[in-house]
Design a protein around this ligand. Structure first.
Ligand code: CUA
Length: 283
């Protein structure tokens, strides 16, 4: 049995990965960061890791030392301590300042990422999750997406748009395929058709739940490097959750323009997304 176990697991893993993008960067530590916001996120991650790491080592070292030093020995009377006010004040004050600093820094970064208006020149891209895939909508040559209304989202109209909306006539859609230009801000319009999904790209340090009945228009990022990544749904959304992934690539702007041109929509902008996978330029 044990001789079969390893080959069996390997086979299963191989099969289950056969249609997924393999993460190209480290799976043991943080994945590569390619988003402009990722530097501050990684910085605060490491600060917290060092603070908690040093604290853990210090606390356990003292504890082990005291356990050995003050162990019960025959003939040695126990020492009774009723605390030390100076020590109490010190070890309460220091964490208060550490937590305050982390909270202020985190709040400032969160404001920068999510609460300020995304840059006006950002490329708008709509992504609507469904069981189990991603409807993606890009603006055409006018650079504008049709307005999305959460109340209008339906099976036939995943983006909740008004078919008469002139901004939408040149939009084009893909299914599970996302291409972003490098160095240009991208503003996402996220929603869901059915249940809660989540837009998650580890290399972007970006995670946002997509709740049906809402359109999230405050998420934006700027990729600083090209590459191929996996968009993974990060909310357990049903039986097919494990395979709810999208192919995401960051390419130079001219390559993006060429790709977008090649996706030119049919004159009657259908709200139904195409499920035909089309190879990304340069792949
Ligand atoms: Cu969608 Cu998990």
């Amino acid at each position: 049995m044990s001789r079969l176990f390893i080959p069996l697991v390997t086979l299963l893993l191989t099969l289950s990965h056969s249609h997924a993008e393999i993460r190209q960067t480290s799976v043991w530590w943080l994945p590569r960061n390619v988003n402009m916001f990722g530097h501050e996120i990684d910085f605060i991650f490491y600060v917290i890791l060092w603070i908690t790491g040093i604290t853990a080592v210090a606390v356990f070292s003292v504890m082990i030392y005291f356990i050995v030093k003050y162990r019960a020995r025959p003939g040695v009377p126990a020492i009774h301590s009723h605390g030390n006010n100076t020590l109490e004040v010190i070890w309460t004050t220091i964490p208060v300042f550490i937590f305050l600093a982390l909270a202020i820094y985190g709040n400032e970064q969160w404001t920068r990422m999510r609460l300020r208006t995304p840059p006006a020149d950002a490329l708008p891209v709509a992504v609507v999750g469904e069981q189990f895939g991603w409807n993606v909508r890009y603006p055409g040559p006018d650079g504008k997406l049709a307005k999305m209304t959460a109340a209008k989202v339906s099976k036939e109209n995943p983006f909740g748009i008004d078919p008469q909306d002139p901004d939408g006539h040149d939009d084009f859609t893909t299914y599970g395929e996302l291409v972003f230009p490098v160095g240009r801000p991208v503003r996402l319009y996220l929603s869901s058709k059915d249940v809660i999904h989540a837009f998650y790209v580890p290399e972007f340090r970006l995670y946002q739940d997509m709740v049906p009945g809402r359109v999230y228009d405050f998420v934006w990022f700027k990729a600083e490097a090209t590459g191929y990544f996996q968009l993974a749904c990060n909310q357990l959304c049903g039986q097919g959750h494990y395979k709810m992934f999208g192919k995401l690539s960051v390419v130079p702007e001219p390559e993006y323009e060429a790709w977008a041109k090649g996706k030119a929509p049919a004159a009657t902008a259908s709200s139904e997304s195409s499920s035909t996978p089309v190879a990304v330029a340069g792949r």
